[in-house]
Design a binder for this molecule. Structure first.
Ligand code: F6P
Length: 505
């Protein structure tokens, strides 16, 4: 530890942080306490360290959006399990694995959990790590790589990897760019940043990014490299090729949304005519809409969902004093992820999605139910509408309809959440997702460099595993008209919302 911290200081790092798990022990089972670490830092490195013991603040607080929708789903599945259980048989443990509810026999689950301390006691750390699961091992490996300080100079022949953002802004883009720079440099690459998306690449606006330059980007909202929605046309590819050659770019890491994917697909498709565009490219999903191919979650979607959830909490509190119905509009274009998951995490009664459409019949049923419900004592109603759920049944229309038909039983307010959903500091979930995806993206590029090949890919989380696909497959996976994947896993949660929202839905 001391050696690693010393290397960091020598490379110019201004602060060092050591995180100690409360149960940490050395290999002779002697506890490694934070006080002990502090003493070691003082004795060996003459560092004036401060200790903060986080304690019970870790257990309190409002649950995040993920903790709400995931536990709602678990509760729903657990009830189904109980209802279908055979008397006298041991039920399973319901858990969450790979973003899905999974069932494991109780005895097996307990035995596996108990094995961890036994393996540690017997000194088999590798096996104990494996029992914690693949993502735990992956996180440990990535962490070890990230903390190594910067190499000072890149060798002359080092590969040059350029980072570019495109599409709409997503919180976590900076975190992903920073991780890419640090991991890339530690692997011996020269990392470049393209300013201003594909127009910036066309204009050759490319600069080197150093280890120190990205300090602080982890928690920054926005996108320091700038981004555009512009998808280049074939007529731009000549200038893009020239810029790739002039800046000796060997590979491109596109961290962004659908416009970025489209740009990469075009470059790939036209690479015979424009050979420079045939360089290896990896697309890393970043979009609050969560509408990208090959990934169940995109960087930024969790941050936006937490904003939606927090806003909904406040709106509900504001309404607690009167009889009120609220209609809240989320972003997402044609993808209803934020609306449905926001409805689950915020405890809404209705959700209106483009995936389902809105029909007059359904609205009439909703109105009748709403009147009866307020007449028999309801005080608050909340509906969430995706911004593009229906071009004519707008948020304003829905609010007026509810008001007009409410017969004075309640009054109605509408809130369009707007760009607060794009801003803000990325959540821990988005930061972790960013580092996992970017680390794998760089693995893919390293493999291309080693093989001398130039495949372009897009990658993402599929059932919690980072998985990559060839760009040639991208369009087939998408509903291009509505800019969303043909299959969307989270639509599985619609019956869960119906069950918890109200029995009458
Ligand atoms: O695609 C991301 C997104 O935030 C959408 O949810 C939203 O409709 C759109 O961008 C807003 O675009 P702009 O930031 O250009 O107003």
């Amino acid at each position: 530890m001391c050696e690693a911290l010393r290397r960091g200081r020598a490379a110019g790092r201004r602060d060092s942080m050591v995180v100690v798990a409360e149960g940490a022990c050395d290999r002779k089972s002697t506890p490694i306490t934070s006080a002990y670490v502090r003493q070691v830092l003082e004795d060996r490195l003459h560092e004036d360290a401060r200790v903060t013991i986080l304690g019970h603040v870790q257990r309190g607080g409002a649950p995040s959006a993920y903790d709400r929708w995931a536990s709602t789903w678990l509760g729903y599945e657990a009830v189904l399990e109980v209802l279908s259980a055979e008397p006298g048989t041991a039920g399973p443990v319901i858990g969450f694995r790979g973003n899905r509810v999974s069932r494991v026999p109780l005895v097996e689950a307990v035995a596996k959990t108990r094995q961890v301390p036994d393996l540690i006691a017997s000194g088999d750390y590798q096996a104990a790590m494996e029992l914690r699961g693949g993502s735990f091992i992956e996180a440990n490996r990535i962490f070890a790589e990230m903390v190594e300080p910067s190499r000072i100079d890149a060798p002359e022949e080092s590969k040059r990897v350029a980072i570019i953002h495109a599409g709409g802004l997503a919180p976590g883009m900076n975190a992903a760019a920073r991780d890419a720079v640090r991991i890339g440099i530690s692997r011996g690459y020269t990392m470049l940043g393209v300013q201003g998306g594909f127009p910036g690449l066309r204009d050759g606006d490319v600069t080197e990014l150093t280890w120190g330059e990205v300090e602080g980007w982890l928690t920054d909202g926005g996108a320091n490299l700038g981004l555009r929605r512009t998808v280049p046309g074939v007529e731009d590819l000549y200038r893009i090729s020239r810029a790739i050659e002039d800046h000796r770019i060997d590979a491109l890491l596109m961290i962004g949304g659908w416009n970025g994917y489209q740009a990469v697909e075009l470059m790939h498709r036209e690479s015979e005519r424009f050979p420079a565009c045939g360089l290896p490219v990896v697309c890393v999903p970043a979009s609050i809409d969560n509408n990208l191919p090959g990934s169940e979650l995109a960087i930024g979607a969790d941050t936006a969902l937490n904003v939606v959830t927090e806003a909904v909490d406040r709106i509900k509190m504001s309404g607690s004093a009167a009889k009120r119905a609220f209609v809240v509009e989320t972003m997402g274009r044609y993808c209803g992820y934020l609306a449905l998951m926001g409805a689950l995490s915020g405890g809404a009664e209705r959700v209106y999605l483009h995936e389902d459409g809105i029909s007059l019949n359904a609205l009439q049923d909703d109105l009748e139910w709403l009147r009866n419900s307020f007449a028999s004592g309801r005080r608050l109603f909340l509906a969430i509408r995706n911004e593009n759920a229906n071009p004519l049944y707008t948020t304003d229309f829905l609010a007026r309809l509810l008001e007009q038909e409410g017969q004075g039983l309640y009054d109605v307010r509408q809130t369009i959440l707007g760009h607060v959903q794009q801003g803000g500091c990325p959540t821990p979930f988005d930061r972790l997702l960013a580092v996992r995806l970017v680390s794998r993206a760089l693995d893919l590029l390293s493999a291309e460099f080693a093989a001398g090949s130039s495949e372009s890919r897009y990658l993402g989380l599929v059932k919690s595993k980072v998985t990559a696909f060839p760009v040639a497959q991208m369009m087939a996976e998408m509903d291009v008209r509505y800019r969303r994947p043909k299959e969307q896993w989270w639509l599985e949660l619609q019956p869960v919302l119906r069950a918890v929202a109200d029995a009458a839905v």
